[in-house]
Design a protein. Sequence first.
Lengths: 288, 266
Amino acid sequence: MTDAMRASAVEHIPSLNLVAAEPVRTRQESGEPVVEILSAEKIFANGTRGLDPIDLTIREGEFVSLIGPSGCGKSTLLKLVAGLSEPTDGRLFWWRGGFDKVGEPGRQMSFVFQDPTLMPWSRVETNVRLPLDLAGKSKAEAKQRVDAALNTVGLSDYRRHFPRQLSGGMRMRASIARALVTDPNLLLMDEPFGALDEFTRNKLDSDLVSLWFGKSLSVIFVTHSIYEAIFLSTRIVVMAARPGRIFGEMTISEPHPRDDSFRTSQRFAQLCRDLSGLLTEASLASSG
Amino acid sequence: MVPLVRSEAFLRIVSPAIAGAAIVLLWEAFCRAYQIPDYLFPAPSAIAATLVTDAQPLMRALWMTMRVALIAFALATILGTLIAFTFVQSKVIERAFLPYAVVLQVTPIVAIAPLIIILVKDTQIALIICATIIAIFPIIANTILGLRSVDHGLTNLFALNKANRLQTLVRLRIPSALPYFFGGLRISSGLALIGAVVAEFVAGTGGRSAGLAYEILQAGFQLAIPRMFAALFLITAAGIVLFVAMAGLSRLVLGEWHESEVAPET
């Protein structure tokens, strides 16, 4: 097994060299905070403790994955950041300010849901344009941005299609295009590729990571997949359940851009083992 | 190449036509073989003959009934939609008035039609009111259901993009409600016709404004059974035309995106 991994790592050395030859950017921990979560806790109306007080800071340019057993509150935490729900106690800051800072120029936030969440009655282009329409952007500007977003996700040829005419992966791409159309600075993703087959998921992961690399974009990414978290993230936050809390953190210092050779490298396998161990501990610590 | 018998056009049009023709032929043969008199059970040929000879009064009666049904249908659509929109704006309004909408629905129109006809001086208006009452409920119920059946994720998406109430209504709630609304429209169009006929039976309006129900009553009194069947045939035909028109409208609006109107891909 180890030999096989070594063999595949050796095989991919040329492409690794190629990566190293390009200007390598490692995201700094010292960027400006985009979201600060200060002892935010969530107790649901029925008395369930969704989240114990959480302290977490997401800095500019970070790609942070939230991972943990089901019921650990990772989606709840993401909803707090999105402003879709309010913490029972504690505070959140966006760009060092209140929620009204969100939406200012250079402070755009987008959300990608678990499902594509497209309007079935609208064509792909209208779905993608929705955030701009709601914000009252001019037709010309909207058209240009929609073109760019569709181009980024590779759906330019499908702009006149209805969602039902697309495959699951293509619907998710449309959903991502809609999130990108506002040129977000903070992208929140709630298990966006969970329902897709592994091949499509890997492809979209690769696309996402190169997309993130090309922009000054911070991402918070909720996932169940160890491989996905390691492949994408600069930092992984491991959560435990009942009550939901942060159990541990892992920094992935592998330089970007990452490609498929990283997936098959021995470092990747080692990181998977480490994260898997941390997750097992988190599951054991989740009572019930 | 699909065999003729299994092609879509054959299944949809030719096969019911053949079945209908067979039934009519059997009916005709039965009436002739046993020499059943017209005043008991007329043969299709006798009914057709009456349709031609009495075309003028029958067509005028048909128009009177259709006019009542169409006005009632239009009123039910407009009022029903307005009521549904009012109801979804506030739980209090809905809780306060929905029980009475249900009362209106469950009370047999035959039972309240005499009251309305006494209260309202103009018989035509009384007929329209009766038909509207019977036709309005499916529109109210379906439109409310539709306006409430908004995808939760899309609601969140609109909230995240800070959409205002009007934007959410126009771009999210109304499109979500359309399939339900058209379902209501289809049921309601048939009910408006039934309402018009039933109210006419109760009112028994004769003279210049007599409709098809009055024709049926009169034909029954005079034992002009072929004419009765001819009137019945016209009512049924009118109902089918209304239904097909509503189905067509629904396909026109929803055809491109809604599962109910999209042909399965093969």
